[in-house]
Structures are given as C-alpha cells and as structure tokens.
Design a binder for this molecule. Sequence first.
Ligand SMILES: [Zn+2]
Length: 321
Amino acid sequence: MPSPEVEDNELDLRDMESCFERTFEDLVLAGRTHWIEHQVVDRDITVRGCLFRARYVPTFADRYVMYTPSATTCPICLQSEKWEPSIGIGDSKLASFLLSRGVGILENNFPYFRGQFLLCSVPHIPVFSIPQLEAIVNFVTVAAIQTVTFQMEGSGATVPAHAHASFFSEKLPIFDLSRIVRSSVEEVDISVCPDFPSSAFVLSSGSIRNRVNVTKQICEFLVANGLVYNWLIDVNGDIFIIPRTAEKSIRMNRKIGAATVGGIYLAYCDDSKLRNAESLRQLIWDRFQSFTAVDYEAALTDVTAPISLNEEILQHWHFES
Ligand SMILES: [Zn+2]
C-alpha cells in the first residue's frame, strides 16, 4: 500500500484555502444546511480555571423536529452515493485523496460549528482503521482544518455502528490548555493536560503514522480496560485522547458528546416531548442561559475518567512496536 503521508506536490494547497468555507456557504444558501450564524450565541464559562463555553444553536430545534435516523438502515450508508462530487467538494483533490484511503466527506444538514462537515468511513465499520485515521490527520494538516472530533459507541456517537467524525473551522478550548510531556515513544510525545478536570492525553511530534499508531495502542488499552474514548484533532494534527466512562451524564440527564469534552457545551432538548420548533428554541435558550460551571463540571465528571487515570495509564501501558 502506498504511503498515505501527503506529499507537498500531491495537493495544491492554494486550491484548498477556502474550499470548505465556500461549500458550507453554498449549502446554507441552498437550504440544505440549517445554520443561522448571527443567531448562534456563546457564553464563557470557567470550569476549574479552564475557559470553556456554552453555546446556543437555534437550528438544533429544527434538527429535533426534522431529523429522525432510520432504525433499520444505516443513515450513513444510505448517503454513500454522496462521497462523489454532489456536494461540490467530492471532486477536489483532498476529497479524492481521502476517498482513496476509504474516507468520504458528507454534508451535515444540522451543524453546530461553522463550516462543519462529516468524515465517514466508506466501509460500514464502527471505528476508523489506522490507514483511515492517518489519512484524516494528513487531511487536517494540509487543509488547515481547525478541529476534528470523533465519538464512538458509548462516547456520544449518533450513529455508533458507522465510524464518522466531524470537522469544522472553529478551535476547541481544550487545544489552548497547557500540556506537560510525560513520555516519548517512536519520537511521539505523550502529554497530559494538568489543568483539564479529567484524564486527557495529547500525542504530538513524530510522524503522523507513528502518532496514529500510538493512538491506536493507547485506545486498545483503554477498551481492554472497559473504557471508551473521544478523539479530538487540532490544526497541527495533534491527537487528543479523552478516556470516557459513560455516554450519558446522569446529573444533566443527557448524552454528552465530544464537543462538550473539548470545552464547548451545546444546549439541547433531547428529552423534550415538544415538537414545535419555536417552543423547542425557547427551551434550548432557557437551558443555555441557566447552564452553570457547576453543571459543566458535573457533565464532565459523569462521563470522563478522573485525572488520576493519567498516572495509571502512564505506569501500566507499554508501547508494542
Ligand atoms: Zn453504515
């Protein structure tokens, strides 16, 4: 198999500069993507010294009313014909590069971040393979994508049976937290985030291939110990691994996804019996307004592993080359 490492001459970076921003705007204008940027509201929330945010997304009310995933057919496989050029980026060199590595790009009709799309495994598998993750990290660095988030079964995925990640053009607050390098394997630095309220690992430096290999090793160790995880990838291709103990916050009575773990809490209405979009918008707004730092910490601690897990993993996990 040829190396998925992207050569500089393989992709024309100038073509990619605003490719996804343009396509996102086109989809919004065409009414295929529900996003009203000037109505999205963010509010800073400091959680144990970390500057996080809560976000109000009015179009979540429309999502709740309009989107019902099929119970019998995989909703991602149903859209697989869209890997091809239909959304205007399928014929770009980056999309072709991803597709050749088994990763397709799909529009997200109900985004919660600016410029949000989906990266999906072409085969129906629950977690991205090593070559797929390697292609995604290459894509992030070449196209200067600000954030990729991945959630699996048990860590917030809407369609857990089919691997998919979100990419978007906003940065998550966790990326700005301080890090301490604790170990180095195959030239990959393994850092922890001492200010983050929960366990978190960051893999940086080394080749992308090695970073991905170490990621998979750590994640296999987590799964063997009864945990699941979220991946967050920043614009430098640094991979954040957040071990997860639960999908749902008991105290917040809702599923917690990767964005919340990364520092942006998205107010939602997934327990509501209401089906009127205006009423739901008001409910989401009220929940956004009343959400506190205490609530944020409860949501995080209900679903992520305590910070003491950092030491346990550093002591007991060993890289197998
Ligand atoms: Zn599928």
